[in-house]
Design a protein around this ligand. Structure first.
Ligand code: GAR
Length: 198
């Protein structure tokens, strides 16, 4: 059984999908902690409700804006909690340093587009869906990938396509991509990594 640590920044619906799929889709791991870089993230409530320990580590308020210190603090918390695999479930901060080095090949991210479209620095959350609608693509989706030093550039594990519909707004599209893709492929990819199939 692998110990999973989840990093979040906001609502935590992907975290909820992971919590709900423990024991069914996720058979080779269990969530041992949730860490947020925002004190107001609703995902922290979801974790507490599920009895999962939580932690808040903020880059500015707790680390004086120092990226290396931010990475070190998260890494040290993950090690204290004996985490084997880290899942970025709507984590909106970019990090390198110690965390990336220590957990190389063991960090998974979910991105709400079909990489390499609409990804990279500055492309997160609703902005991704706005960009897809502005471009006029007819198909978008979600991607789960391993994290390396290139933003959204690591090995792709699973992708799922979602059709754009007439009249879509970024909010409507975000919800469809979550329901039809993200909440399904993230738990599947986590199980792939926990069971050693990657
Ligand atoms: C999700 O759509 C996730 O794919 C995206 O943010 C949302 C978080 O929602 N992540 C990124 O854009 C990362 N680049 P959630 O907090 O409800 O899971």
């Amino acid at each position: 059984m692998k110990n999973i640590g989840v990093l979040i920044s906001g609502g935590g619906t992907n975290l909820q999908a992971l919590i709900d799929k423990q024991g069914s889709v996720i058979k080779s791991g269990r969530i041992v902690c949730v860490c947020s870089n925002s004190a107001g993230a609703y995902g922290l409530e979801r974790a507490k409700k599920a009895g999962i320990p939580t932690m808040v580590i903020r880059k500015n308020a707790d680390c004086g804006g120092d990226a290396e210190e931010f990475s070190r603090r998260i890494c040290s918390y993950m090690k204290d909690m004996q985490v084997d695999i880290i899942v970025l479930a709507g984590f909106m901060a970019i990090f390198g340093g110690e965390l990336l080095k220590e957990y190389s090949g063991r960090i998974i991210n979910i991105h709400p587009s079909l990489i390499p479209s609409f990804c990279g620095k500055g492309m997160y959350g609703l902005k991704v869906h706005e960009a897809a609608l502005d471009y006029g693509v007819k198909v978008t989706g979600a991607t789960v990938h391993l994290v390396n030093e290139v933003v959204d550039g690591g090995k792709i594990l699973i992708q799922k396509a979602v059709y754009i519909q007439d009249g879509d707004t970024p909010e409507v599209l975000q919800k469809r991509v979550m329901e039809e893709a993200e909440w399904i492929i993230l738990p599947e990819a986590v199980e792939m990594v926990c069971s050693g199939r990657v």
